[in-house]
Design a protein around this ligand. Structure first.
Ligand SMILES: *Cc1c(COP(=O)(O)O)cnc(C)c1O
Length: 370
C-alpha cells in the first residue's frame, strides 16, 4: 500500500491516474520585471477601458440572469476578426469560445480524446497535463535536436499511433519555431487518413508571418485551430480563448462544455476588445520589433538564440554558474528579472516585454556571460 497515493494522504480517494501529476505552476511574483508567461506587457488602451466601463452598468444590471449560453454575439465578433485577418468567411457555427484556450483544449479532449492524444515535445506543457486529467492516453512524439518538427517522422507517428487528436503548436511554445502552411497541410492529410483531428494551437499566430491554418479548415473538416486573446490581445486576465473549425466541432463542444461557462462580463468586454483589434495589433508590431532587438543583443553577448515567430525567445549558452540554466534563472530573479526555466537543459525563455523591461533584462543577462 506504500506510495499508492504518491504524497497524497491515504484518506483522500484521489484517482490513481492523477496521483503522480503536479499542477501547472509558473511563478507569480510581484515587484519584479515579469517576462515569464508570454503576456502582452502593455495595459489595455484607455479608450478601450472607457468603452468597457460604459457597457458595464447594463451588464451588471442583468447579472441575476444567466449569460447567453452559446456566446453568440461574441462568437460572431470572433468570426469577423478571423475573417478580416485571413480573408475567409467563417460563421458563428465555425467558432467556439471559452475561458481561455486551455478550456477550449479541455473541452476538445473531453469530446474527442478516447483514442488518445499525440503531441510533439518539447511543446506546451498543458497539452499532456489536460489529456491526463481528462483520462486520455497521451503519447509524446519527438522533435528534432534543433526543436523543429520533422514532418515525415510526425506523419509516421500519426499513422502508427492513430490518435483521435494530434496536437501541433505553431509557433511552438517554448521554442518559438513555426510550421509552414504546406507542412501543416501534410499533417492534416495524415490525421484525416486515420479519421483523427489535427488541433493546431495558434496561441501566438498574430506574432508570426506564416499563413494561419484557418485556411485549411474549409478543405479539411478535421482541422481545428485554437486561438487565444491572452497574448496578442493583451487580455490574459479576462480569460478568452476560441477555436475555428467545422460546425460539427462546435456542435460537439455544446455537449462537453459546462452550461453558462462564459460569464456575461467576459462576453461583453471581449466583444469590445475585438472591436479595438486594430489598436491592439499595433502593439504586436512593437513587440515583434523588440523581439528582433533582444535576439540581436543576446547574439551579440554570445548566446545562441532559437529563431522565434512568437512574443518570446528561447536561448542558451550561459557561462556563469557552470552553465546551469536553473542557476542562471535564479541569478536573474535575484537581479529583479523573472523569466522562464522551461525544463530544456541549458535553455531559458524570455517573454518580449516593453522596451524598458527588455533593456533591464538585457542588462541583467549580460552579467551571466562573463
Ligand atoms: C498561453 C498559451 C495557451 C493558453 O492560453 P489561455 O490563456 O488559456 O488562452 C495555449 N496554448 C499555448 C501554446 C500557449 O502558449
Amino acid at each position: 500500500m506504500e506510495n499508492k497515493n504518491q504524497g497524497w494522504p491515504d484518506w483522500l480517494p484521489i484517482r490513481a491516474d492523477l496521483a503522480g501529476l503536479s499542477p501547472y505552476g509558473a511563478p507569480q511574483i510581484s515587484g519584479v520585471v515579469s517576462l515569464n508567461t508570454n503576456e502582452n506587457p502593455f495595459a489595455l488602451p484607455e479608450k478601450l477601458v472607457a468603452d468597457m466601463l460604459r457597457q458595464l452598468p447594463e451588464v451588471l444590471g442583468n447579472l441575476n440572469r444567466y449569460p447567453d449560453r452559446d456566446a453568440t454575439e461574441l462568437r460572431a465578433a470572433l468570426a469577423g476578426y478571423i475573417n478580416s485577418q485571413t480573408n475567409s468567411n467563417f460563421q458563428v457555427e465555425n467558432i467556439w469560445a471559452a475561458n481561455g484556450s486551455n478550456e477550449i483544449l479541455q473541452t476538445l479532449m473531453l469530446a474527442f480524446g478516447d483514442r488518445g492524444v499525440l503531441g510533439f515535445v518539447p511543446s506546451y506543457s498543458m497539452h499532456p497535463l489536460i489529456a491526463r486529467v481528462v483520462g486520455s492516453k497521451w503519447t509524446s512524439g519527438a522533435r528534432s535536436a534543433d526543436f523543429s518538427l520533422n514532418v515525415a517522422d510526425a506523419m509516421s507517428k500519426i499513422a502508427e499511433i492513430k490518435p483521435g487528436l494530434t496536437f501541433i503548436t505553431t509557433p511552438n511554445n517554448p521554442t518559438g519555431t513555426a510550421l509552414t502552411i504546406a507542412e501543416i497541410e501534410k499533417l492534416a492529410v495524415a490525421t484525416r487518413n486515420i479519421q483523427g483531428l489535427l488541433i493546431v494551437d495558434e496561441a501566438y499566430a498574430e506574432f508570426s508571418d506564416e499563413e494561419s491554418a484557418v485556411s485549411l479548415v474549409k478543405n479539411f473538416p478535421n482541422v481545428v485551430v485554437v486561438r487565444t486573446m491572452s497574448k496578442a490581445f493583451a487580455f490574459a486576465g479576462a480569460r478568452v480563448g476560441y477555436l475555428i473549425g467545422s460546425k460539427e466541432i462546435s456542435e460537439a463542444m455544446l455537449v462537453t462544455r459546462l452550461p453558462y461557462h462564459l460569464s456575461a462580463m467576459t462576453q461583453a468586454i471581449a466583444r469590445i476588445a475585438i472591436a479595438h483589434s486594430t489598436e491592439l495589433l499595433g502593439e504586436v508590431t512593437i513587440l515583434k520589433a523588440e523581439r528582433v532587438r533582444i535576439s540581436a543583443a543576446l547574439t551579440q553577448l554570445g548566446f545562441e538564440v532559437l529563431p522565434s515567430s512568437a512574443n518570446f525567445l528561447a536561448f542558451t549558452g550561459f557561462t556563469s554558474h557552470g552553465g546551469d540554466a536553473s542557476a542562471n534563472w535564479k541569478a536573474l530573479l535575484a537581479d529583479g528579472v523573472l523569466i522562464r526555466d522551461i525544463g530544456i537543459p541549458g535553455y531559458l525563455r524570455v517573454t518580449v516585454g516593453t522596451p524598458e523591461e527588455n533593456t533591464k533584462f538585457l542588462a541583467a543577462v549580460a552579467k551571466l556571460k562573463p
